[in-house]
Design a protein around this ligand. Structure first.
Ligand code: PEP
Ligand code: MG
Length: 360
């Protein structure tokens, strides 16, 4: 494991004594979670569960699930994924040993899970025992022209509730197991992505609460948990007061919030933003540093509306900006409780959070 040593470690401790905001990491693999801890992360602020389904065994079951015709078939495919997902979460909870862990429900652009080649279609067809031609048609029917604005985030949980239910079951079962093995209470934070309306969150939260009740009753135990949401669409920021009725925490997804506020694709921006910068039209890349007048104004507004509705609700950021010192300074001004960034940026985030606190 990488670690901070000697004098550097001492400087980081001074910084920790000065800062107000907590520093978490974005991590979903055991390696990343251990790296994050060795760099001083105080929790996981974003576990992107979609990244957990891309290895060979899992993607096949995931494809079977998405390409199934009936809920019953989907549930059968999900049953194969449940033990793997549960083991993923047990390991993360054990590594984090009682520190907060925010698990985000599946947030893929759906096309990332669809078979792309004839060979892949044949493989899934064989696993499902169906005709390859039928599967090809089903794959085509799920094609989207604008996947980043399409079937992703909480929309997936609304259309296929059984996916969210499988993931929630895995979270609660894992929390029970990890609490027993570590002796530390595990309080999972379940995060719903790409919410734009309170009614979306209320629907998904209902699914999560239903599963929590079933699993906890089955096990005869009680655990605390939080259900919250990402604020990553302008509509969510504008309606944060309503959304806060349902959400126990907000985490600002500034990657998507920048994309949707600017109307600029986060995957294609580099080519022309560089020209914009050279010609003096913008000073800095908004995907690197929070654009204070636009995205930042939405973050500030949502934080104010959320807190006005729910009092001291927990507020964090998990977009890439959470590892950028200038953005961290902005987060301090807004009064966020924590920043979450990639594991290797945790040390710089600890220093930047301390610097921002000292400046106030
Ligand atoms: C975000 O949109 O800022 C975010 C953290 O989610 P993702 O990058 O996974 O879309
Ligand atoms: Mg996002």
């Amino acid at each position: 494991q990488p670690a901070l040593s000697g004098d550097f470690s001492a400087i980081m401790e001074w910084a920790d004594a000065a800062r107000r905001m907590k520093v978490r990491a974005n991590a979903e693999t055991p390696v990343d979670a251990r790296t994050a801890r060795s760099f001083g992360a105080e929790g996981i602020g974003l576990c992107r569960t979609e990244h957990m389904f891309f290895d060979d065994e899992r993607i096949l079951a995931m494809r079977e699930m998405i390409l199934s015709d009936t809920e019953e078939e989907r549930r059968a495919a999900l049953a194969k994924l449940l033990p793997m997902q549960r083991a993923d979460f047990v390991e993360l909870f054990e590594i984090m040993a009682g520190l907060p862990v925010t698990i985000r429900l599946l947030d893929p652009p759906l096309h990332e899970f669809l078979p792309k080649t004839e060979e892949e279609i044949g493989e899934v067809a064989a696993a499902m025992g169906v005709d390859a031609e039928r599967l090809r048609q089903r794959t085509e029917a799920l094609h989207e022209f604008n996947p980043m604005l399409g079937h992703r985030g909480c929309r997936l949980a609304v259309c296929y509730p059984e996916i969210a239910e499988m993931q929630a079951r895995a979270v609660f079962e894992a929390a029970i197991e990890a609490a027993a093995s570590t002796g530390e209470p595990v309080v999972p934070e379940i995060m719903v992505p790409l919410v734009g309306m309170a009614s979306e969150l209320s629907f998904v939260k209902g699914l999560i609460e239903g599963v929590a009740k079933t699993v906890l009753d089955e096990a005869g135990v009680k655990i605390d948990y939080l259900v919250g949401t990402m604020i990553e669409l302008p509509r969510a920021a504008l309606n944060a007061g309503e959304i806060a009725r349902e959400a126990e925490f907000f985490s600002f997804g500034t990657n998507d919030l920048t994309q949707t506020t600017f109307g600029i694709s986060r995957d294609d921006a580099a080519s022309f933003l560089e020209v914009y910068r050279k010609k003096g039209i913008i000073e800095q890349d908004p995907f690197v540093s929070i654009d204070v007048e636009g995205v930042g104004a939405l973050v500030r507004l949502a934080a104010e509306k959320g807190r006005a509705r729910r009092g001291a609700m927990k507020l964090g950021i998990c977009g890439e900006h959470g590892g950028d010192p200038a953005s961290i300074s902005f987060c301090e001004d807004v009064g966020l409780d924590y920043i979450s960034c990639s594991p290797f940026r945790v040390p710089i985030a600890r220093l930047a959070a301390a610097q921002a606190a000292c400046r106030r």
